[in-house]
Design a protein around this ligand. Structure first.
Ligand code: CO
Length: 201
């Protein structure tokens, strides 16, 4: 059996195991989803939202792109955000970056990476905005880790400044935006920042 064919064999085994545990699991999920979490993370294959949070299908709405970037001109990301906030009414939005992010590392170099450099410009801006925080060898692990963290914090700010989140907070909706970073080396998640609705003036 090829690696590809094995996908179907494993899938049937998995579906069978889930049904043994809860015979109505798929029937119930097919009728509705009510996740409490929206995950905006890196597309990196080593950072799968459900597995890291040990959440089964139905518990987390997911958007992933290179280096977990949120830009207000990205209709894809905004559509996910709007559906999650206004229809699913998630209680937590998680922006999760990870140490060792290839997208962040590529953004630090002046090499030509082709089309993706247009996307990475969003991270170069984070670097420029914080250039006084970086010391010594530009590509040191410390500096790369710092940019991974600063990028998460900047993308959290971008989420919070969308009309979608501002309007939700204006309506009094229960919604918290979290910035997390994941370590590939030990599988541990850490919270960097947390934003709740600003106090009404
Ligand atoms: Co990455």
């Amino acid at each position: 059996m090829s690696d590809f064919e094995r996908i179907f064999a494993r899938n049937r085994e998995w579906a069978e195991r889930v049904k043994q545990n809860d015979p109505d699991f798929f029937l119930n999920l097919s009728q509705q989803q009510a996740p409490e979490f929206l995950w905006i993370g890196c597309a990196d294959s080593r950072v799968p939202a459900n597995q890291i949070m040990t959440l089964p299908p139905g518990e987390v709405f997911v958007h992933r792109n290179i280096a977990n970037v949120v830009v207000p001109s990205d209709l894809n990301c905004l559509s996910v955000l709007q559906f999650a906030v206004e229809v699913l009414k998630v209680k937590h939005i998680i922006v999760c970056g990870h140490y060792g992010c290839g997208g962040v590392r590529a953004a630090m170099s002046s090499e030509d990476h082709g089309l993706i450099d247009n996307w990475l410009n969003h991270i170069r801006l984070v670097h420029r905005l914080n250039h006084d925080r970086f010391e010594g060898d530009m590509f040191s692990e410390d500096n790369q880790n710092l940019l991974c963290e600063l990028n998460v914090e900047e993308q959290v700010r971008n989420v919070c400044s969308t009309t979608i989140v501002r309007n939700a907070w204006g309506r009094g909706q229960d919604l918290t935006v979290h910035g997390l970073v994941y370590a590939l080396k030990d599988g541990i998640l850490k919270e960097l920042c947390r934003n709740e609705a600003p106090e009404a003036a």
